[in-house]
Design a protein around this ligand. Sequence first.
Ligand code: COA
Length: 322
Amino acid sequence: MNTTKSFIRGTGAYLPQRVLSNDDLAQMVDTSDQWIRDRTGIQQRHIAAEGELTSDLAVASAKEALKNSGLVPADVDLIVLATTTPDQTFPATATAVQSKLGITGGAAFDVQAVCSGFLFALATADSMLRQGLFSTALVIGAETFTRILDWSDRSTCVLFGDGSGAAVLQAAPGAENEGVIAHHIRTDGAKSDLLYVDGGVSSTGTIGHVRMQGNQVFRHAVTNISSAIETVLEQTGYTIADVDWFVPHQANQRILSGVAKRLGLDDEKVVSTVSHHGNTSAASIPLALHTAISDGRIKKGDLVLSEAMGGGFSWGASLFRL
Ligand SMILES: CC(C)(COP(=O)(O)OP(=O)(O)OC[C@H]1O[C@@H](n2cnc3c(N)ncnc32)[C@H](O)[C@@H]1OP(=O)(O)O)[C@@H](O)C(=O)NCCC(=O)NCCS
């Protein structure tokens, strides 16, 4: 039976021009290319130029996503932007994107779930489209994450980068196994002290820097992500063998390989782009998704499983068909 579903019509991505290599970082802190590659799989990250804002990154990826969807900004009536690094405390960066794209109607707002942000934004937009509140959404993950790094802390500054990815989601009649199929999103505020920023508007009045107990985060990540994936599969009746592509949050090659191994996923089904851009927080899933669609790996009709884990803790999994 057909109901209103949401469908991914196209994707886009943007990475700032400037590249910072592991060797560059080794000039700044006591680290090495070998250590970073062995522990994380990261080879380089992109850094936004001075004056280049999160909304600029978002707009670049959104324009490409619209082009690949065969749509124009005037078709969009909803923008859900996942970011931890907004242009300003308010208004929402999504409204800057709305204005820069010349969109005058509909609604635009931000979602804050750190590295899980894109999946939270996707679940939010999908629910609103299926309810008939809007017809065409830009779902964007965009970060200038390197602006909240402590460049003297080698345990965090080597991990992250800037970037943006976007997907156009559109409501249309569809069957249960078409379009966006299921989500499972969760948070656990009691673990917030393991990954956080030591500043904020109402606490210190400063922006602050990322602080993390990396080994603790690693341990929780594999467990939480695996459990979210199992829940999504149970809810929908699919098995891991049905999944054509696994598009995980690109935090660390060891986490994404650990999850894939635990679930029994073939390595060839795992989309990994972390080596090229590091952990771009909310941007990483749409960046990886766009890469694998653009290079022809993910095709129309393929079943895609995505997952993420981030500060909060926040985590989740989504299942969708292209
Ligand atoms: C960050 C991470 C790579 C560190 O690897 P690890 O094996 O857990 O390393 P540890 O934190 O236990 O530190 C081991 C040693 O490496 C050192 N180290 C940390 N960062 C380093 C770096 N960039 N270069 C060289 N040495 C480093 C530590 O100081 C420590 O030294 P010590 O033994 O002399 O005290 C790993 O914990 C990880 O990937 N965690 C998940 C982080 C993540 O993805 N967060 C975002 C989730 S959205």
